[in-house]
Design a protein around this ligand. Structure first.
Ligand SMILES: CC(=O)[C@@H](O)[C@H](O)COP(=O)(O)O
Ligand SMILES: NCC(=O)COP(=O)(O)O
Length: 246
């Protein structure tokens, strides 16, 4: 069975920095510590409103990240140009609304397949591997294939936000079925959003999942125990789950 990879999202290091407009804490430094602590990749979300990650962070991390840099961004000409300029290893196209507190759902690839295909084509031609952040939905998976994306990232937010065990199990079954359906069709499958130390194991145990992108819960734990411990504990949980030890 293949290893499960951890992409650490350092957006909320930048949230703390932007709260006061200081130069610290620096997400660049946090990314380095995360990589030294077992992260297999670094994820940053350059939002249109720059509420946390800013253009400087993308420029610097495109030079300093030693594993793989995954740039999350909306499907806009501005963001496509920024990605082509800085050449991250991956781009993950995500839906974005200025008024949202955090990402609320997956990209509607079915409705916007032409626009998304254009972005996937331009990014791929620039040598960037593209992932589409989608809900665990067969139509969205088929549309992602039509758009030419080699990767998808299944949105685990509804699983994470489930109000009871029955709802969480239902959402887990949707994710498991979607991961299997997508992998059978040749897509590479990642997952993320809202995962934490008490809900990550069932997702990490899904054999088709290549990488989990996790941010908020790791940064929140890092505030208490340090970035190195927060990252290594999450990675250990994921590896144990994948091996069936959880
Ligand atoms: C797409 C996704 O689920 C996250 O990676 C995204 O970064 C969430 O947005 P915030 O980091 O602004 O909460
Ligand atoms: N794409 C998911 C991600 O990068 C991190 O999401 P979260 O763990 O901060 O909810």
């Amino acid at each position: 069975m293949s290893d499960i990879l951890l992409g650490v999202n350092v957006d909320h290091i930048a949230t703390l920095r932007q709260a006061r407009g200081t130069s610290y804490p620096d997400p660049v430094l946090a990314a380095g510590v995360a990589e030294l602590s077992g992260a297999d990749g670094i994820t940053i979300h350059l939002r249109e409103d720059r509420r946390h990650i800013i253009d400087r962070d993308v420029a610097v991390m495109s030079q300093t990240v030693q594993t793989r840099l995954n740039l999350e961004m909306a499907v806009t000409d501005e963001m496509v140009e920024i990605a082509c300029q800085h050449q991250p290893h991956f781009v993950c196209l995500v839906p974005e609304k200025r008024e949202e507190l955090t990402t609320e759902g997956g990209l509607d690839v079915v409705t916007h397949v032409e626009k998304i295909t254009q972005a996937v084509t331009k990014l791929s031609e620039a040598g960037i591997q593209v992932s589409l952040f989608i809900d665990p939905d067969y139509d969205q998976i088929d549309a992602s294939i039509a758009a030419g994306a080699p990767f998808i990232e299944l949105h685990t937010g509804h699983y994470a936000d489930a109000e009871n065990e029955a709802e969480q199990q239902s959402e887990l079954k949707k994710i498991a079925a979607a991961a299997s359906y997508a992998a059978d069709k040749g897509l590479k499958v990642n997952a993320g959003h809202g995962l934490h130390y008490h809900n990550v194991s069932p997702i990490a145990a899904l054999p088709e999942i290549i990488e989990l992108n996790i941010g908020h819960s790791i940064i929140a734990r890092a505030v208490m125990v340090g970035m190195d411990k927060a990252v290594s504990e999450m990675k250990t949980l994921m590896v144990q789950a994948r091996k069936g030890c959880a």
